[in-house]
Design a protein around this ligand. Structure first.
Ligand SMILES: [Zn+2]
Length: 412
């Protein structure tokens, strides 16, 4: 039986979000957390964007070192040969790519302004797939942007051509969040049956249905005999109203009525990491977690009304579908209410030794402390807020990698 996998796109769709962004170290920390959680692939960035080059290379080095393993790191580019060439020029050892092109009549008319026919779109995509293969890409996903507003006959033709030329997956992008659970089920099932290629579901929340649509689309792909790859972002952060939330989608797949009995994960997701990754993304993006967020919101396990409080005290299962410890909650957290020494871009060695000492990190000598402090300062320049413990520990543990991903040199 076909299975469900997660491809998280926080470091691509999430950082594309208007008014929001992540530093390169924060993106790296997201990759680390996703790996710990068991996510199959992280869409870790843009190989054709110059300021991403060192970050992408540093993360690929972490993969080679076995640190970012077994997670796959996939880059996102447009499905045009020039992007493929550029990607392999700037990031020669990139192994996994998703190539994206618009397929709907709306986009052909409105975006390409009538300069491209459907045949042109298929031709560009096929040339890009072949170029990526020729450059040694190990896995290629083809993305149909605005798939939900594309006629299904053309999508079948497009996806069939992608498969024929060596694409490993087909990403069905509900770019505008236009689908509902019923329509995306039908589309995913038809594509799985008629094309015979694993289907990625990329759902947006413009109508508030991103998680439900992801589940329905995955069901469609599997009922059609193909593996399903659900695209998520941490806390659902993504373009406009956002994407399918990673934690909510993982909960829905594993906890919703009867679903997990029939539709199983190909790779288990460790939900006990949910609290940590969600809190980190909230801090890094500077976006609070909504009080009613599934699993990780402040109210997700809060009860006050008489009947509910009484019921949950007698037996939590009366009013809770899953337990707080399943999503990594319940540990006491130390909040400093007195004096606090923070990392900063103008920090000095004394304060830094104090911060690291609290985490029981000591340095061999003054030189080593200075070296790590200098890297932490640069990380602070990028983040413009105090670094969290895990980020400081990362820098202390992998200074060479940190140096690389903090390197930003504009091209001549
Ligand atoms: Zn998107």
């Amino acid at each position: 039986m076909a299975r469900i996998y997660f491809i998280d796109v926080t470091n691509r769709d999430g950082v594309q979000t208007a008014r929001l962004g992540l530093s390169k170290l924060e993106k790296t920390m997201i990759n680390m957390y996703l790996n710990e959680m068991g996510v199959f692939q992280s869409e870790f960035g843009f190989p054709t964007t110059r300021h991403e080059s060192f970050y992408l290379q540093a993360n690929l080095e972490l993969a080679e070192m076995g640190v970012l393993k077994p997670i796959r790191l996939g880059g996102w580019i447009r499905a045009v040969v020039s992007d493929v060439e550029k990607a392999f020029k700037f990031v020669p050892n990139i192994k996994h790519l998703n190539l994206s092109i618009s397929t709907s009549d709306q986009m052909l008319r409105g975006k390409f302004q009538g300069t491209k026919s459907r045949e042109d779109i298929v031709g560009m995509m096929v040339d890009a797939v072949e170029a990526a293969r020729a450059h040694g890409a190990e896995s290629i996903g083809i993305n149909a942007e605005d798939a939900s507003r594309t006629k299904i006959d053309f999508l079948i033709r497009f996806a069939s051509a992608a498969k024929e030329h060596g694409s490993d997956r087909f990403r069905y992008c509900d770019t505008l969040g236009y689908d509902n659970a019923f329509t995306i089920y039908e589309s995913a099932k038809t594509l799985a049956e008629d094309v015979g290629i694993p289907i990625e579901l990329h759902c947006h929340g413009d109508l508030g249905m991103a998680v439900a649509n992801s589940l329905a689309g995955a069901k469609g792909a599997i009922d059609g005999g193909q593996d399903a790859y659900i695209n998520t972002t941490v806390n659902g952060i993504g373009e406009r109203a956002g994407n399918a939330d990673l934690v909510a989608t993982a909960l829905a797949v594993t906890k919703s009525k009867g679903f997990a009995k029939k539709y199983q994960l190909g790779k288990p997701i460790d939900l006990t990491k949910a609290w940590k990754v969600s809190r980190f993304a909230s801090y890094a993006f500077g976006v609070p977690i909504p009080i009613n967020q599934p699993g990780v919101g402040a109210n997700a396990f809060a009860h006050s009304s008489g009947i509910h409080a009484d019921g949950v005290l007698k037996d939590p299962e009366n009013y809770e579908l899953y337990s707080f410890d399943e999503v990594g909650r319940g540990e006491p957290e130390l909040v400093e209410t007195g004096r606090k020494i923070c990392s900063g871009e103008y920090g000095g060695v004394s304060g830094f030794r104090h911060i690291m000492g609290q985490m029981e990190v000591s340095f061999e000598d003054a030189g080593q402390a200075e070296e790590i402090l200098e890297l932490a300062r640069y990380a602070n320049v990028e983040a413009q807020k105090p670094l969290v413990e895990d980020a400081l520990l990362f820098i202390a543990k992998y200074p060479k990698i940190a140096k690389k991903l903090l390197t930003l040199i504009p091209p001549e």
